[in-house]
Design a protein. Structure first.
Length: 154
């Protein structure tokens, strides 16, 4: 996991008024006011980590007009919350990506050639991690190959 430190420095300034009153034996009082300026520096260290994926996504093969089994995409670890997820390019017609649950679901509407998709996580300060996977959608289920025919007996 890649990480770095962000140091945030805050300078706190204060102007203090100190009032001192002294009483003498003859019931005379004397007040002295002193202005005091104070400044202090406070450093805050924030751990900045980049999001990472601990797994991959297998390539997917589907049949047109059939509902797919919901595909759960991996959750990233690390990074600065909140994490946001996206898939690019746009999924085939009929499929939907839910970035909150990180799922792809739906019923495919058309066949497509093998297409590469990029699943991306981005954290709050713009760090990203990506996974690639492929989707292919066939128009029909390929029938089993025909059985061999024995040659005629002569």
């Amino acid at each position: 996991m890649k990480s770095s430190r962000l140091v945030h420095t805050t300078i706190l300034s204060m102007l203090l008024l100190i009032s001192i009153t002294a009483c003498g034996g003859d019931n005379n009082t004397e007040t002295v006011e002193v202005f005091e300026y104070a400044e202090t520096t406070v450093d805050s260290t924030i751990q900045d980590t980049e999001p990472t994926f601990d797994s991959t996504i297998m390539d997917q093969v589907y049949i047109v007009h059939q509902e797919i089994t919901v595909l759960q995409l991996p959750e990233a670890t690390g990074g600065n919350e909140p994490l946001t997820y996206s898939v690019d390019p746009e999924l085939p017609s009929g499929l939907m990506f839910d970035p909150v649950s990180r799922t792809i679901s739906g019923i495919l509407q058309e066949a497509i050639l093998e297409t590469t998709y990029v699943y991306t996580v981005m954290d709050s300060d713009g760090d990203e991690e990506e996974l690639s996977f492929k989707i292919t959608v066939y128009s029909v289920i390929d029938p089993e190959p025909p059985l061999p025919v024995d040659p005629p007996l002569s």
